[in-house]
Design a protein around this ligand. Structure first.
Ligand SMILES: [Zn+2]
Length: 405
């Protein structure tokens, strides 16, 4: 296949916005990996990758795109069955992991390396995307190191971290590093306009509201449900009028996030099970798990482990998004109070931003932003989300109550 056979921004590569600098390298790797490149470029592929860049830069989007391309005979065409599974986020041979506590636990990583060492279920490669690899401590990193030193033949590791300095040198030195820059605002806006044919003003609004998170910008620009959820979250500050309202808001917020995460996970889980059963020539006519062979059952139980880990990740992403939105809202309030002339992150909500800006002061806003940051940190320690959000909303309300008491 010639280099030009792959259009840059189609198929599994489409979500990668503003990263033309790294795209050729990743696409070469994908072609080398599926053996369609015989000119000595096989070295373009390797078993261990480290994607670095700040949160939201697209480091995990880049890893996910490469993971998808590795499953496709055509390096991520976007049209074959494998690409469809990858792009829907439910390819059984691609596993995303996030830490279940502040740091990855060594036993967790050991179980993961065992899963990783088996052959792929339906595709060519078993790909493990390790999010937040900066949260590997000495013992969990050592558990991973063994797998990186003696990689299983069909397994690829993709680690994501802010920078190479954030992971142990022994880990970093065994990975090929790909640095993902945060694309400039205007680049993201132009891409959204070009790709989705939307108005520039709408693209600009979505990009600002996403606060530099490229994937979120695309979702806000294109998906009505995403926009609705954002408005629900950003209505919360105006509703925190007394103590009961804080508890109510926390309860509703956590329940909605959980329901959304469950819906995503359930949908993916079912499709994956079907994919695995079909790969074993079973379940295609709805016979399902009961008649599945022992080997297929083994695969299904492994899949379940992956699905549990993904459910945690989906929920964590939901909470992160909520807190990022709220943080952006109070940043707008603070900006308004300070009189600095800068575009609002949430330009569509300027009325409620101004109202809250008038009813509080800059100190209050700073205290509220600090409370958001503290909540992010608490969720990272695996604190119960409901308690975290109750505490957060009460402290947001309390800072303003202090003004009138
Ligand atoms: Zn494909």
């Amino acid at each position: 296949m010639s280099e030009s056979a792959i259009a840059t921004h189609v198929g599994v590569w489409a979500p990668l916005i503003g990263h033309d600098d790294v795209l050729p390298q990743l696409q070469r790797a994908a072609r080398a990996a599926n053996g369609s490149m015989f000119d000595g470029a096989a070295l373009a592929m390797t078993h261990a990758w480290l994607f670095t860049g700040p949160p939201g830069s697209g480091r995990s989007i880049a890893a996910t795109a490469l993971a998808g391309a590795l499953q496709c005979a055509d390096a991520g065409c976007g049209e074959c069955a494998a690409c469809e599974l990858s792009m829907a986020g439910n390819h059984p041979d691609i596993e995303h992991v996030v830490p279940t506590a502040v740091m990855y636990r060594a036993d967790e990583v050991r179980a993961l390396t065992q899963r990783a060492s088996t052959l792929p279920m339906v595709g060519q490669w078993r790909v493990i995307v390790v999010e937040d690899a900066d949260r590997l401590n000495d013992s969990s990193a050592n558990a991973l190191l063994k797998a990186l030193e003696e990689p299983a033949e069909r397994t690829v590791w993709m680690l994501c971290a802010p920078s190479a300095a954030d992971v142990l040198p022994t880990i970093a030195s065994r990975c090929r590093q790909v640095h993902i820059h945060t694309p400039p605002l205007q680049v993201v806006v132009d891409e959204l306009v070009r790709r989705y044919g939307i108005h520039e003003a709408h693209a600009m609004w979505a990009t600002r509201a996403a606060q530099g998170h490229v994937g979120r910008a695309a979702a806000l620009a294109r998906d009505e449900r995403t926009r609705e959820r954002r408005l629900q979250v950003l209505a919360i500050p105006g509703r925190l009028t007394d103590l009961p309202s804080c508890f109510e808001a926390a309860k509703a917020m956590v329940a909605t996030a959980q329901a959304d995460a469950d819906a995503i996970a359930a949908q993916l889980d079912e499709r994956e099970q079907v994919a695995v059963l079909q790969a074993y020539g079973e379940g295609a006519e709805g016979k399902g798990l009961s008649s599945a062979s022992i080997r297929a059952r083994g695969e299904i139980s492994r899949l379940k482990k992956q699905q549990e880990s993904r459910a945690r990740r989906v929920l964590r992403d939901e909470f992160d998004r909520v807190l990022l939105d709220l943080l952006g809202f109070y940043r707008d309030v603070w900006m308004t109070q300070s009189g600095v002339q800068q575009p609002l992150i949430n330009s569509d909500l300027s009325e409620s931003i101004h109202r809250i800006a008038r009813s509080s002061n800059q100190d209050t806003s700073v205290a509220r932003m600090n409370a958001m940051t503290a909540a992010v940190a608490m969720l990272r320690t695996n604190a119960a989300p409901l308690l975290v959000f109750e505490g957060l909303f009460v402290s947001v309300w309390d800072t303003s109550a202090g003004l009138t008491r």
